[in-house]
Design a protein around this ligand. Structure first.
Ligand code: COA
Length: 379
């Protein structure tokens, strides 16, 4: 970062099926709570960035920058960022660029998605806009289908068993039980995962993140300091279609973004105490931990199997403490912002120094890795 960028305010709405709330209601709630959390005047915000993927299809609403700007009395300049499920973190990345350039000093980033007002099939088709329209869509694939292929291949290459994979969602559901904003707060047993209805072999309903409504907001500033600063925000890409990649059991964009982010923050994986990673499907969780450098290839599942080895190292360590996408929910534009504010919260609660948020779009064709530092903790 070319300047110190501080996280001065954060908020999220409940994630879930929020039929009683409109897109604007969710925006208003998250924006109002973030401004209150930052203890700043609304007029201190000199730009707004809205992250959203599907509002035209799901809510018949485009032009979200103006919609959110007009919630503030002085109507600051606003823009919308779309990068599929990575929209939230890419919006934060965009905010960092504006703040680093000096174009703005305090920016409100709002991640927003309202997905449950239209039929599930329509949402599944719309989400496929994040895949390749020529290579992937004509076959009728959906994202559960794409990650089903990835899971089958991974299980073949690395002997991952169904029993082991069950542990991922069970862990994330357990974490979400303590998060009042989570879509699902019910703990589940590992065997419940494979007993739930099959969606795309070998993935069952409980291997999948849900279709959710929700919003999350953060206020970033170079003008006002706070305990938590953004130490790195790095973006990387891969082909939209998995058919164009040499391997589907590792995501190059995660590796590239993580490598650049560790260098920018001047840290290694050993320094990181809190991770929020993009578990859109259970198999993605396993792959993410390997690509981020927290596990050797084929060993990502050890984090979930062997909580005593890794987590006991880590009385101060957390992995998807929000419940992840699986259980906190996945209103796609809001997810990346939620991950970043969750890391900020954990750093303050646990008095730890470093945390990492990993957010991707599509089958990891866009990946953004954000590293946050609690400046109140001495090395
Ligand atoms: N985890 C746990 N429970 C879930 C769930 C999930 N992922 N998805 C749905 N449910 C629950 C619902 O809450 C509902 O419970 P209820 O009967 O107690 O109210 C029940 O299952 C049926 O819900 P419904 O919406 O009819 O499910 P569905 O079969 O239409 O959809 C999925 C299930 C898994 C297909 C859907 O959640 C999905 O497509 N997820 C993936 C979303 C996606 O691709 N995101 C982008 C990632 S890259």
């Amino acid at each position: 970062m070319q300047r110190d960028i501080f996280l001065i305010g954060a908020s999220q709405t409940k994630f879930g099926e929020l039929w009683g709330k409109s897109l604007r209601d969710l925006a208003e709630e998250a924006v109002g709570k973030a401004i209150a959390d930052a203890s700043c005047l609304p007029t201190a915000i000199d730009a707004v960035i809205v992250a959203n993927m599907l509002a035209e299809t799901a809510n018949n609403q485009a032009h979200l920058g103006a919609m959110v700007s007009s919630l503030l009395p002085h109507r600051p300049p606003a823009l919308r960022v779309e990068a599929a499920c990575a929209s939230g973190s890419v919006a934060v990345h965009t905010a960092c660029a504006l703040l680093e350039s000096g174009r703005a000093q305090t920016i409100l980033v709002l991640g927003l998605e309202k997905m449950t007002d239209i039929p599930g099939e329509t949402i599944a088709c719309a989400l496929m806009g994040a895949a390749d329209a020529e290579e992937d869509q004509p076959s009728g694939l959906t994202f559960p289908g794409i990650f089903g292929l990835i899971a089958n291949r991974y299980m073949h290459e690395h002997y991952l068993t169904r029993d082991e994979l069950n542990l991922v969602s069970a862990t994330h559901h357990l974490n979400a039980a303590e998060n009042p904003y989570a879509h699902f707060q019910n703990p589940i047993d590992p065997e419940d995962v494979e007993k739930s209805p099959i969606v795309a072999d070998p993935l069952h309903v409980l291997d999948c993140s849900p279709v959710s409504d929700g919003a999350a907001a953060c206020i970033l500033s170079t003008h006002t300091a706070s305990q938590v600063r953004l130490a790195a925000s790095q973006l990387a890409h891969d082909t939209l279609s998995i058919t164009k990649r040499p391997s589907i059991t590792s995501f190059r964009a995660t590796k590239d973004a993580a490598k650049k982010a560790y260098a920018e923050a001047g840290v290694t994986t050993k320094d990181i105490s809190h991770i929020e990673h993009h578990d859109c499907f259970s198999i993605a969780a396993v792959i993410n931990l390997e690509d981020l450098g927290f596990a050797e290839k084929g060993k990502g599942i050890e984090w979930y199997k062997n909580s005593t080895t890794h987590y006991s190292l880590l009385t101060t360590h957390s992995l998807n403490s929000s419940g992840g996408l699986k259980s906190c929910g996945h209103p796609v534009g809001a997810t990346g912002v939620k991950q970043i504010i969750e890391i900020g919260k954990k750093l303050k609660e646990e008095k730890t120094q470093w945390g990492l948020a990993h957010n991707f779009g599509g089958a990891c064709a866009t990946c953004c890795v954000t590293i946050l530092e609690n400046t109140a903790v001495s090395p």
